[in-house]
Design a protein around this ligand. Structure first.
Ligand SMILES: [Fe+2]
Length: 218
């Protein structure tokens, strides 16, 4: 059982993050983390929620503390003060290479694997005529990853390292991340039209689970 709820995570997130793109990023990483949990064979709904919360909160301190001297470190301090589970805190610490915090759990490895890719697949959707993530094939994501000028802020080395640590080939990881975004496409502005703002409350509904094509061995 998660001692803290997803609603508490959303309240914390929206206290610190006012930027709509960053709120959408948090939701998109949450959806990917939940899908990654299921793909790794996690069946306990509370554990799936815990993975999702790590995704929701992984950048919650970024708007207030954007430098490498502070980002993640301050967030970890705040989460510890508020009694969030250490497994979530360490996963969040491990998603930034410069912390040197090793990714020792499946949840921590998943966070590294999906963080950059969620934004990248979204960018792939927005250059399509339909602007729908449901129309983006995996092949297109892989091709765009080779184009250095496309979404140039996405660190390709980090994407490759994430797939390697997670233990699946990049096409498989890209397919998981793509599928995870489809159920919340409208909330992310990836359903063919711009999204409405994400308010402080209520907490957005949970994303539906996309179809799981295969289970990844841990
Ligand atoms: Fe992030």
């Amino acid at each position: 059982m998660t001692a803290k709820s997803r609603e508490e995570a959303w309240a914390l997130l929206t206290t610190y993050i006012l930027s709509q793109p960053l709120r959408r990023h948090a939701l998109s990483v949450e959806a990917s983390m939940r899908h990654m949990a299921r793909s790794a064979g996690v069946t306990d709904p509370d554990e799936v929620t815990t993975w999702g919360i790590a995704g929701l909160l992984h950048d919650f301190d970024y708007e207030k503390y954007p430098t490498e001297a502070d980002h993640v470190w301050r967030g970890m301090e705040i989460l510890r003060e508020k009694g969030w589970p250490e497994e979530i805190i360490l996963a969040i610490g491990g998603h930034a290479f410069y912390t040197g915090i090793p990714r020792e759990t499946r949840m921590a490895k998943a966070l590294l694997a999906v963080d950059e890719l969620t934004g990248f697949v979204g960018a792939c959707a927005l250059v399509r005529p339909s602007k729908k993530i449901a129309d983006v094939p995996v092949e297109s994501v892989l091709k765009r990853l080779k184009e250095k000028s496309f979404a140039r802020t996405v660190d390709r080395g980090c994407v490759a390292k994430g797939a390697e640590e997670w233990g699946v080939p990049l096409p498989e990881l890209a397919a998981l991340v793509l599928a995870s975004q489809v159920p919340i496409a409208d909330r992310l502005g990836l359903g063919g039209s711009p999204s409405a703002d994400l308010p402080d409350a209520p907490c957005p509904p949970l994303p539906d689970a996309p179809h799981l094509h295969r289970t990844v061995a841990s």
